[in-house]
Write a protein that binds this ligand. Sequence first.
Ligand SMILES: [Ca+2]
Length: 207
Amino acid sequence: MIHVSTLSSDNIYKDTDFSPLETYYYRVYVQNDDGLSNGSNIESITTETISLVSNGSFEESGTTGWNLIPNNISEPLNSIEIDVISGDDGTNSLKFHHNASTGCWEMWIEKNITRADLTAGGTYQFTYSYKSNETITPGGMGITLKNSSIDITIPHPTFSGDGSWHTFTNTFTLPSDVGSTDPLLRIHFCIAGIVDWWIDNISIVKI
Ligand SMILES: [Ca+2]
C-alpha cells in the first residue's frame, strides 16, 4: 500500500520513487461503510532507463560538467571545443583537433559519475556517436571508468573517416564492490597527425 486517503476529492496520486527498467503495478481500492471494494483493474508501467552521464550530448550550455584536457601547452593549436552545427543528437557535438603531424598528444575529456546511481554487479551499456573525415585509429587508454574498486577499460572503434555519424556501443559489468567514491569517466584519445574528429551523445545506461 503506497497511498491511503480519506478525502473523496483526493483522486490523484503521483509516484516518484522509481528505479530504471522496472515494472510497477497499481491497483485502486475504495472503502466505505459497507467494506472494501474488490479493487480496480491493475495498471502497470515500465520505467525507462536513464543515462548516468549528464550533459552527454553537449546540449546543456556546451561543456558544462566536463573537464577538457586538449594538451595544448606545447602544441597550441590542439583543441577540444563545442561544434554548434554538426551534432548527431541535437545541434552540439564536441570537436577534437590534433595538430601535430607526427606522434600524438594525448587528449581527453572526463567527468565523475555519481556513485549512488550505480548498481553493484550491474551490467551497463556505454554508447557514443563519433565521426571523422579520415580513417583514424584512436589509440591510448580508450574509455575508462575507474575508482579504487572499479577498473573498466573499453577500446575505441576505428573511425572510418566517411564524415558521417556512427554509433559505438559496448557493454560492461561492474564488480560486486563499486567502492565509496564517484568513479571517473575518461574518454581518452591518442591520434597522430593533423586531424579532426567529433563525438556526441555519450551515455551509460543500465541494461
Ligand atoms: Ca549533441
